[in-house]
Design a binder for this molecule. Structure first.
Ligand SMILES: Cc1ncc(COP(=O)(O)O)c(C=O)c1O
Length: 384
């Protein structure tokens, strides 16, 4: 239809003019860190596979065996016939790692948050969330119909003030935050937020997408801060190297999700090989403490070399300001053989476009140092 295509073309022109158009590049991962892209072999600092488990022989073999045993797809929603036997093993493993009574797996981390939040709060309720929360927390909050208030990034005092003012006028309340912030790499003050939640009867949800396998001895952000987080949500697509989302919580909450979370009910179960891969990867995360310590150690090597504040996770941002500077810096690094995808608004706030470096267990230290040298001399110069 003409009006439809005209609308799309005008929208794209506008995004182009503001350096905000996104595009896809074919990227073939060879072994986790090396990527074939645009005819070149690049060392990637833009994969969230922090432990490189997507490529681990035991993980690959588990996925292949599951295809042989159960086929390539689940065939239906879990509540119909898609609940293949591997799910139980995965959910038990997650609950064990997270120290919760039970766990529930969703189709992805995004699907988890847009299912969990509206199943817990709705019209007449309150959500207080960190202004830098991931997009899927914002989406879940919006879908819920609850009143949404944002507190300044990691500012517990501001969250406290919002709750003190607004909690009484609402029935139920939720505090939501990333455990490790996806674009900044810093950690939420979970212990303080948990105490705040207790004080105001507000349930704390922490999204541990970038924490599991990397911080807290591999168990995630709640364990790094010894915090009591009743709703530990996360994804299996980053350090676990597979795919899917999860919630670890009390038995009652998990049972509620299975019967009320719409993204759980009305979406097909994860394919058996993906679930088997996640189980095998979690086995390695539980057993191999040297492996789970590696990404943070390497991120700290990088921040030390750059004179940046010490890394708190595997994610290190170098903020350059405007989108065109981030694009130029990324292109310059690509010429040097590194893939570091630029992150621009609206993914991050205006004026904070950045290079986001994701350090993994497999990155050679010499390459981290070479990269840091180039960033120090040429990216920081571009940003100045
Ligand atoms: C903090 C955070 N939460 C949730 C997600 C979504 O997880 P998934 O990729 O499994 O949908 C991501 C990543 O994309 C994330 O960074």
């Amino acid at each position: 239809m003409r009006s439809l295509d005209e609308f799309a073309a005008a929208k794209l022109r506008d995004l182009d003019s503001r350096n905000r158009r996104r595009s896809l590049s074919d990227s073939a991962r060879e072994d986790g860190i090396w990527i074939q892209r645009g005819g070149r072999r690049l060392l990637s600092f833009s994969c969230n596979d922090y432990l490189n488990l997507s490529q681990h022989p035991a993980v690959r073999e588990a996925a292949i065996a599951a295809i042989r045993d159960y086929g390539a797809g689940a065939g239906a929603s879990r509540l119909v016939t898609g609940n293949h036997p591997l799910y139980r093993a995965l959910e038990e493993r997650l609950a064990q790692i997270k120290g919760s009574e039970a766990a529930c797996v969703f189709g992805s981390g995004y699907l988890a948050n847009i299912g969990i939040i509206p199943a817990l709060v709705g019209s007449g309720d309150l959500i207080v969330l960190d202004e830098l929360c991931h997009a899927c927390i914002n989406a879940g909050a919006k879908l819920s119909g609850a009143t949404v208030l944002r507190y300044r990034h990691c500012d517990v005092g501001h969250a406290e003030a919002l709750l003190a003012e607004q909690r009484g006028a609402h029935d139920r309340a939720l505090i939501a935050t990333d455990g490790v912030f996806s674009m900044d790499g810093d950690m939420a003050p979970l212990k303080a937020l948990s105490a705040l939640g207790d004080h105001h009867d507000a349930w704390l949800l922490a999204d541990d997408a970038h924490g599991l396998g990397v911080v807290g001895g591999g168990r995630g952000s709640a364990f790094a801060d010894a915090a009591n987080v009743p709703l530990q949500m996360g994804t299996l697509s980053k350090a676990v190297g597979a795919y899917g989302g999860y919630l670890a919580a009390s038995r009652a909450v998990i049972d509620l999700m299975r019967t009320r979370a719409r993204s759980f009910i009305y979406s097909t179960g994860l394919p058996p090989p993906v679930v088997a891969a996640a189980i095998a990867a979690l086995d390695l995360i539980e057993r191999d403490t040297a492996l789970t310590a590696a990404p943070l150690r390497k991120a700290r090597l990088f921040t030390r070399a750059l004179n940046l504040p010490e890394a708190q996770s595997a994610v290190v941002p170098v903020i350059v300001g405007e989108a065109d500077v981030a694009l130029a810096a990324s292109a310059m690094l690509e010429d040097e053989g590194f893939l570091v995808v630029p992150i621009r608004p609206p993914t991050v706030p205006a004026g904070t476009a950045r290079l986001r470096f994701a350090l993994t267990a497999a990155h050679p230290e010499a390459e981290i140092e070479r990269l840091a040298g180039i960033v120090r001399s040429r990216v920081m110069e571009l940003a100045a």
